[in-house]
Design a protein around this ligand. Sequence first.
Ligand code: ADP
Ligand code: ADP
Length: 231
Amino acid sequence: SQPLLVAGEVSKSFGTTRALDGVSLDVFPGEVLALTGPSGSGKSTLLHCLSGILAPDAGRITFDGRDLGAMGDRERSALRRDSFGFVFQFGQLVPELTCLENVALPLRLAGARRRSAEQAAGELLDRLQVADVAGKRPGQASGGQAQRVAVARALIATPRVIFADEPTGALDSHNGEQVIRLLVAAAKERGSAVVLVTHEERIAACADRIIAFHDGAVAVAFQRTAHAGGT
Ligand code: ADP
Ligand code: ADP
């Protein structure tokens, strides 16, 4: 298949720090791609460029053949809203809303009726094994439960790509691995690709393909499963 998201020779500096130095990579529809490497190796900067949050200094990012740099801000925001889902380390849930309402929110913002949005949210919470926190506020859920709720919220509108930046960074390794396994399984069921930034090897091992960064460049890339990638 054709790649969905393509980075071509992307470079980005912050002052004199070269965060990315001519990085090229493809993300294929439905694949789970892990970006690994030590702290400061450029993983998050690449994720921000791929998701249209940060403009590269040089190089090009295309999504579905469309150049992100050639879009206006409004068009890029619409693309992020309609086609991308995001999971961060913490803080992405609205504390005043219940977990169910948090998950339903993207559908509500897209114009869905409350009843149908909340039904879909409830089913996804159940799929992620956190149906029991549906009526609670995020602050009353455990860290692992809150991250599963955040995963549900990122997935609810069936984005083409989910960007997850150290989503297990605040969890112990058992909980972290469980969150990633549920994220990967639910994303595959919906056909969403996942770009997962992690410095943890056990977490990266859940991906179809791993790209390891060092000093802003691709150091090693390897395929774990046979079917993903350019098949
Ligand atoms: P990683 O995600 O692998 O930890 P980052 O992409 O966050 O790496 O950072 C790559 C390099 O760019 C690091 O040296 C970091 O300090 C620097 N950097 C990242 N973001 C900024 C910023 N907003 N301002 C200044 N330097 C930054
Ligand atoms: P900076 O770190 O330079 O402040 P911003 O993320 O604020 O970068 O983006 C600056 C401008 O670059 C935005 O107003 C937008 O027009 C453009 N831009 C943002 N993301 C991209 C991208 N992925 N490719 C090309 N241009 C982008």
